[in-house]
Design a protein around this ligand. Structure first.
Ligand SMILES: Cc1ncc(COP(=O)(O)O)c(C=O)c1O
Length: 390
């Protein structure tokens, strides 16, 4: 097919970046009547009322002007108090930068670091957006695949990871807990990574958006606990998953104070700052969101165990209990093509799952099921999936 001349005139990197395979399966199945959608990474619970009311109050007070590019002071103060309490180390408001989503914070971090000829190392399988952003910016993507042990759990081989670094590596992007696997970096390996990155002058972009959905701890281990304030660490976080706020588009980054100004400048040329009244919803979430979060976590954990007990028993299914996140990540013996299987499950079971091929090296041959839904919905989806996967 001859390429469209207008498309052909665009930057090669923008043309070449692969479209989302989750988007593809969504397009395939979205019109199927009665389909149970479990393909996106979001809860079916609406944002709680106390958070919505804070945004309404901010609107009523006329807080509709441009925001401070760093984020409004009450949000930075609230996040400083929240993070310092969570991790037992002081995270000053001068290190906090609000962004118009976790994804926007990731893009800003990458815009500060990536240029043609440089590479970013990713631990995969991984939610594909950050590597796609690296490609759009003209950087090289290097993938280091997690190993899988005999219990189908994911394990990071540090030698393999460090062998991927070279003099052109500007950053390691590590999502822990991970989307899609729930794999979670524990402290000894986190320290080893920090040491190696310090030695080589490599930045760590630590994507910690699932930190609070960790089932064996109050919060997943964070680079913020072990790094010095001026280490080359950018910790990304978001309101989307923790407080059911995916549509609000609000996130934040913790950066060394010395680069805060650059982050602010780059923010100016992306979004000019997160939406002002939405940031007030963020303040309410951070200050009053713990009971809601505890309840969400309890529901998700029960769903995870329910899926393990039912899907995990099928002879062809290989599924490990994720220590964190709200995803079940599994393979099905004899089903190497994840998009074909995801389509069959739309057609035969009326359940929408994400194909593993969307998640880079190590993803093909797997499916991702987001279980942040009402328990009855998860049971109904399992009732439909089990006959199709037997
Ligand atoms: C690992 C990871 N990081 C970041 C994000 C971005 O979150 P948002 O842009 O909704 O704040 C997501 C969303 O799916 C994610 O899974």
């Amino acid at each position: 097919m001859t390429p469209d001349p207008l498309v052909a005139s665009l930057r090669q990197a923008a043309q070449a970046v692969p479209g989302s395979k989750i988007g593809q399966i969504f397009e395939y199945g979205r019109d199927k009547p009665g389909l149970i959608p479990m393909w996106f990474g979001e809860s079916d619970v609406p944002t709680p009322d106390f958070i919505k009311r804070a945004a309404e109050d901010a609107l009523a007070q006329g807080l509709t002007k441009y925001s401070d590019k760093r984020g409004v002071t009450p949000l930075r103060d609230a996040l400083s108090e929240y993070l310092s309490g969570l991790y037992g180390v002081t995270i000053g408001e001068d290190r906090i930068r609000a962004a118009a989503s976790g994804m926007s914070a990731i893009m800003i971090a990458l815009q500060m670091l990536v240029e043609p000829g440089k590479n970013v190392v990713f631990i995969t399988p991984l939610w594909p957006n950050a590597s796609a952003a690296t490609r759009i910016l003209g950087g090289e993507v290097r993938e280091v695949q997690l190993d899988v042990n005999q219990h189908h759990e994911h394990v990071l081989d540090l030698d393999k990871l460090f062998a991927a670094f070279d003099d052109n590596t500007v950053a390691l992007f590590v999502a822990s807990p991970s989307n899609p696997t729930g794999w979670t970096l524990r402290e000894p390996k986190m320290r080893a990574i920090l040491e190696e990155c310090r030695r080589r002058g490599i930045w760590v972009i630590a994507d910690e958006v699932y930190a609070r959905l960790c089932y064996d701890r109050h919060v997943a281990p964070s680079f913020l606990e072990i790094a010095d304030p001026e280490d080359r660490v950018i910790a990304i976080n978001s309101f989307s998953k923790t407080w059911c706020m995916t549509g609000w588009r609000l996130g934040w980054a913790v950066v060394p104070a010395s680069i805060g100004r650059v982050f602010e400048k780059v923010t100016e040329f992306n979004t000019s700052g997160a939406t002002t009244f939405v940031q007030w919803a963020g303040v309410a979430a951070v200050k009053g969101g713990e009971p809601f979060l505890e309840e969400q976590k309890r529901i998700c954990q029960a769903n995870r165990d329910r899926i393990q007990a039912r899907l995990g028993q099928l002879p062809r299914v290989r599924l490990a209990k994720a220590p964190a996140s709200f995803y079940a990540w599994f393979s099905v013996e004899g089903e190497p093509d994840s998009m074909a299987l995801a389509k069959r499950l739309v057609d035969e079971a009326g359940v929408g799952l994400a194909p593993g091929a969307a998640f880079g090296a190590g993803g093909e041959g797997h499916l991702r099921l987001c279980f942040a839904s009402a328990p009855e919905t998860v049971e109904r989806a399992l009732d439909r999936l089990i006959p199709a996967l037997r």
